[in-house]
Design a protein around this ligand. Structure first.
Ligand code: SF4
Ligand code: SF4
Length: 409
């Protein structure tokens, strides 16, 4: 794609980076076929190619409007288009740049600013946990729409003391997971313990930064990234941990890109690279021990017909779907095939709150594909997808590590 950047874009780092990405696009449109928003809305401007044009026009000097912002907002940042693109267009990085520039030029209506600020501050606040627990306690009394957003409390079981293991890893538990689904972290700690791996719970900025980053506050996200790096790097440099484990693929996808997000930060760019080098999804940590773990499972306690929904942050961002599915099969999980496995379920962080119609349409589309496989349980790798899918089905949706933990002999 030929570009003719405006002067301000030509001299800015972001403008130059965006230009390099734009030039790789050959307008072929292959990405349209796998874009969930284009599938649902059928509007070129809600497709990757359409959004790429909008960002190109922006960099060439056209003033963005609220309509530009709306089309960029509607993108789920699922990166399905990146997986499909034959030219290697890094759409994910391009939309980050486009959104940042539009955010600076187009003031949002007050209602949107309030909603986004409430989500950013609320989910990152120490008050989130007590408020959510109250919600769980009165869940049965809540209106149906709200009830679906509050996950039923489940017992977490005992977390073993694993400090004696020679091999130690750091676990990022994130901002909302310890409150909404603490069972995932407990299961992770128990399964790793069986493999002779001790788990230390990470301190730092709490959140990986994804929440702020995708809610118009990239600077606040970078503050959280630096806090995390400051907390984790001393453990790495002292040789106290061998990996930083992610059991939410949404957080993992963010943290593996810390070096990219801090590339212009002279004080943190190299530190971020050291951290990123040790980041592993829980499936990557367990995979080398698949055989040993399988021997410790009571297979009669595994679901008979599980279906696996691979989150976009696992399959399109991190390319870890084949590794994960291979692991599950080795552990004795007979995965049931279904169609459109590449499509987003509509969760996408805060997207289900900000774009409820598109999000619900995608969720229901995903559930109808899943239902066709008649699963007795739906597995996934990310808290957001798990909660979102669960809000539309009676079939249990669980993180795969919980299912493996429940089958431990
Ligand atoms: S990231 Fe997903 S929603 Fe956004 S343009 Fe690409 S395929 Fe479409
Ligand atoms: S598939 Fe890639 S090259 Fe083709 S239009 Fe989409 S982004 Fe551009």
């Amino acid at each position: 794609m030929q570009t003719n950047l405006a002067d301000w874009a030509r001299v800015s780092e972001l403008g130059q980076e965006a230009d390099e990405i734009l030039r790789r696009c050959v307008h072929c449109g292959f990405c349209q076929a796998t874009c969930p928003t284009y599938q649902v809305l059928g509007d070129e401007l809600d497709s990757p190619r359409g959004r790429i044009y909008l960002i190109k026009e922006l960099l060439e000097g056209q003033e963005p409007t609220q309509a530009t912002q709306m089309h960029l907002d509607r993108c789920l940042t699922c990166r399905n288009c990146e997986t499909t693109c034959p030219s290697g267009v890094e759409y994910g990085h391009l939309i980050d740049i486009g959104r940042k520039i539009v955010e600076e030029k187009v003031p949002r209506p007050l209602s949107q600013r309030l909603q986004r600020a409430l989500l950013r501050k609320g989910l990152n606040s120490p008050l989130f946990a007590p408020a959510y627990k109250v919600g769980q306690a009165v869940r049965g009394l809540l209106p149906a729409s709200l009830q679906k957003k509050v996950v039923e409390a489940r017992p977490t079981g005992v977390r073993p003391d694993t400090r004696h293991h020679v091999k130690q890893v750091l676990l990022l538990t994130g901002c909302v997971q310890p409150t909404m689904m603490p069972t995932i972290d407990s299961a992770t700690i128990r399964v790793l313990d069986r493999l002779g791996i001790g788990t230390q719970v990470a301190q730092g900025g709490g959140c990986c930064g994804a929440l702020n980053f995708h809610l118009d506050d990239q600077d606040a996200a970078r503050v959280q990234m630096r806090l995390n790096i400051d907390a984790w790097l001393p453990l790495i440099e002292a040789g106290k941990i061998e990996a930083i484990v992610m059991n939410a693929s949404g957080c993992g996808a963010m943290v593996v890109e810390y070096a990219h997000h801090l590339r212009h930060d002279a004080a943190y760019a190299a530190k971020a690279q050291k951290v990123v080098a040790l980041v592993r999804d829980i499936a990557e940590v367990v995979a080398p021990h698949a055989q040993a773990l399988a021997a410790q499972l009571d297979t009669t306690r595994l679901p008979k017909r599980p279906a696996f929904h691979p989150p976009c942050t696992l399959q399109h961002w991190q390319g870890l779907r084949p590794l994960s599915e291979d692991l599950f099969v080795k552990l004795g999980l007979a995965l049931q095939p279904f169609t459109e496995t590449h499509l987003c379920c509509g969760s996408a962080g805060a997207y289900s709150v900000l774009q409820p119609e598109i999000s619900t349409a995608l969720r229901d589309r995903k559930l109808s594909q899943l239902n066709a496989a008649k699963p007795d349980l739906v597995l996934s790798s990310n808290i957001g997808c798990i909660g979102h899918l669960q809000s539309g089905t009676e079939i249990a949706v669980r993180h795969w590590i919980e299912v493996v933990d429940a089958a431990l002999l």
